[in-house]
Design a protein around this ligand. Structure first.
Ligand code: NAI
Ligand code: 15L
Length: 268
């Protein structure tokens, strides 16, 4: 049966806010969790991922978890360790104790960010490309993927790990034209990841069907995901403003772009 009650961690964040609007029409009842209170959502659970008792309570009775909470940019290792590495472990432990069978884990393109990005007729980046994290942040996502794989093999908890490109209302850089995931396609992919049967552990890239796509979407499509959006209508304007990606620009060289050289730093 399709999961109905789903714990959404990171519900106050950018993607969480978008998904709070876009997922309920698929029939989900969302239970919300974030370290920050969420305006207009009195039932949301305000808790840090280090609070194991709160997580135990939060996962009780849910059919699945969408785990978005964590630091979403580069930060000092100690902060990444606590929020993303220990935090994700705490979520999986709570799931194991409560018997939750399915987790969708928000991984990132930055788990493989030092992968050269395809140019010209180069093949799309495959799923099994070696991990090449570009930041402590990307390293934490590589850890999360391995943690999820381990919890499948050891405890039978299924995970779809989505290496998300850029999920924002619109693409705002030339690089994002290649890895943009429209919010509507993000919801489609989360729905597919929650409902596909017998996934075991699987990694997929998460983006729309962009004309300038850099990676292989076949494992996402194998879940039943059918992207409907393409960043191309934004291309002319962005290229006119910013120019084409040129050699020497990290966005030209690496999948992870500037995260490889001058990563944006998490403010808190
Ligand atoms: P965001 O930074 O806007 O939201 C993350 C949320 O997690 C925030 O509301 C924050 O308060 C919460 N959080 C952080 N640490 C926490 C902790 N210790 N305990 C409880 N809550 C905590 O990030 P965004 O853009 O919404 O991304 C969501 C997830 O998807 C993140 O895991 C991010 O790494 C991943 N991702 C997002 C991409 C995107 O394009 N938006 C791209 C690739 C990955
Ligand atoms: C990510 O992993 C970040 O969470 C998001 O804020 C974007 O920077 C995205 O990658 C990206 O690569 O554009």
């Amino acid at each position: 049966p399709a999961p109905r009650t789903v714990l959404l961690t990171g519900a106050a964040g950018g993607m969480g806010t978008l998904m709070r609007e876009l997922l309920p029409p698929y029939g989900y009842q969302l239970r919300l969790l974030d370290q920050l209170p969420i305006e207009g959502e009195p039932d949301a659970i305000t808790a840090d991922l280090s609070d194991r008792d709160a997580l135990r309570e939060a996962v009780r009775g849910v059919d699945a978890i969408i785990h978005l909470a964590g630091i979403s940019l580069e930060a000092p290792f100690e902060k990444i360790l606590r929020a993303n590495i220990e935090g994700t472990y705490n979520v999986y432990e709570a799931a194991r104790e409560a018997g939750v069978r399915r987790i969708v884990f928000a991984s990132s393109n930055h788990a493989v960010g030092f992968t050269p990005r395809p140019v010209g007729d180069d093949p799309l980046i495959p799923l099994d490309t070696p991990r090449r994290p570009d930041t402590y942040y990307g390293l934490s996502k590589a850890f999360g993927e391995d943690l999820a794989s381990f919890y499948w093999d050891k405890y039978g908890i299924e995970t779809v790990a989505i290496r998300i490109g850029s999920c924002f209302p619109e693409p705002t850089t030339v690089r994002m034209l290649s890895i943009w995931m429209s919010p509507a396609d993000g919801a489609r992919l989360l729905h597919a990841a929650l409902t596909a049967e017998n996934v075991g552990y699987v990694t997929v890239y998460g983006s729309s069907a962009n004309t300038r796509l850099w990676w292989d979407l076949s494992s996402a499509r194998a879940l039943g995901y059918e992207p409907r959006d393409d960043s191309e209508p934004y291309a002319a304007k962005l290229i006119a403003e910013q120019g084409e990606l040129e050699p020497g620009n990290p966005d030209h060289e690496y999948l992870g772009g500037a995260f490889c050289t001058h990563p944006p730093i998490w403010p808190r």
